[in-house]
Design a protein around this ligand. Structure first.
Ligand code: TRP
Length: 332
């Protein structure tokens, strides 16, 4: 809680290539959160450097990520939108929390195990203590809820354990956060393998539709989407491919599954796939237009970053002051 308001906090990687799964599952619902909570969205460039980055690309993607979230409807007047490295309190609290995080706990993190297998030439300490920085992000803002994908649930649970451990020694320091795993987030599946979640890092480019894909690409990807045996458009467990396409169609048009079944009754997969491609491209066109307009005005984006960082820092500072005092650091 910050004052009277409940806080929602989420971090986003500066990858700049979000999928329609991210859009439909999470980003599109952000505006609902800002009505219920004081909301923070942080572009986590400090987490990004736990694997090697090309500096110019990291910088470009930081701008792009900010612009994309804003284009998707995140209103900077209603949400605090900022870049992690611009608010020094994060790194400062992360060090402190490192001293309240156990080696054994970090060793059990599945993301660490996966990433150290994939980047075996660079298993650095930052990759290992990544969750302590993430806990600092969350705890600095006295966060009540953390909306994340299911892959981040373990990190949020570790954050709770760290906060509880700290509070046990220094009562009343941190709000204990609760993960919120988005139900819809899981629902959009890969176009190449509908038993797998659509993932922005999929090696098969045809499996994933990105928010910034152009119209022709979107339509082509849907044309190539795998479907199921038979030929009817029906929402059913034995038709995972068609069901996934129906979910996407339903999300973009607001139509129910029954309405979609009726609309495509007696028509084949080809017609249906083209229709899904068209509604997707139509829905994304205004997002893409806003994105390009935002990105071209770098000065305005920088102004936004500055404003966001000042606002975030104002909240973060209070928590950090309290923490340092409790620890016995001399504060002048
Ligand atoms: N680790 C998260 C991810 O990879 C991003 C993240 C960083 C985050 N800090 C956070 C998410 C704080 C929620 C809250 O997706």
């Amino acid at each position: 809680m910050l004052g009277e308001q409940k806080v929602s906090y989420s971090g986003v990687q500066p990858s700049g290539n979000l999928t329609i799964g991210n859009y439909l599952g999470a980003i599109r619902n952000f505006s609902e959160y800002s009505e219920q909570y004081k909301t923070f969205y942080c572009v986590v460039d400090q987490h990004a450097i736990t694997v090697r980055q090309v500096p110019a690309e990291l910088r470009r993607r930081t701008y792009e990520t900010l612009a994309l979230y804003m284009a998707c409807g995140l209103d900077p007047e209603k949400n605090t939108l900022y870049v992690q490295s611009m608010v020094h309190e994060h790194a400062e609290l992360a060090w402190i929390l490192n001293c309240f995080t156990m080696f054994g706990e970090l060793s059990r993190m599945t993301q660490f195990k996966d990433k150290s297998a994939r980047h075996s030439d660079n298993i650095n300490a930052g990759l290992f203590t990544y969750p302590a920085l993430m806990a600092a992000d969350i705890l600095l803002y006295q966060t009540d809820v953390v909306p994340v994908g299911s892959d981040q649930k373990q990190h949020v649970e570790l954050c709770r354990d760290i906060a509880e451990r700290f509070n046990q020694i220094h009562p009343g320091t941190f709000t204990i956060p609760e993960p919120i795993i988005s139900k819809h987030g899981m629902r959009i599946m890969s176009l190449a393998d509908p038993t797998k979640k659509m993932s922005k890092s999929d090696e098969n480019a045809n499996a994933v539709v990105y928010i910034l894909d152009d119209r022709d690409t979107i339509i082509r990807k849907f044309k190539r989407a795998v479907t199921d045996s038979g030929s009817e458009i029906r929402y059913a467990p034995d038709k995972p491919g068609v069901s996934n396409l129906m979910t996407i169609y339903s999300c973009f048009t607001g139509k129910t599954m029954e309405e979609i079944e009726r609309e495509f009754d007696g028509r084949g997969y080809g017609d249906f796939k083209l229709a899904v491609g068209e509604v997707t491209a139509d829905a994304l066109a205004p997002v893409q237009e806003r994105y390009h307009a935002l990105l071209i005005d770098k000065a305005a984006l920088e102004e936004q970053m500055k404003k966001g960082a000042e606002e975030a820092s104002r909240c973060a500072r209070r928590t950090l002051y309290k923490v340092k005092k409790k620890l016995g650091f001399v504060q002048l």
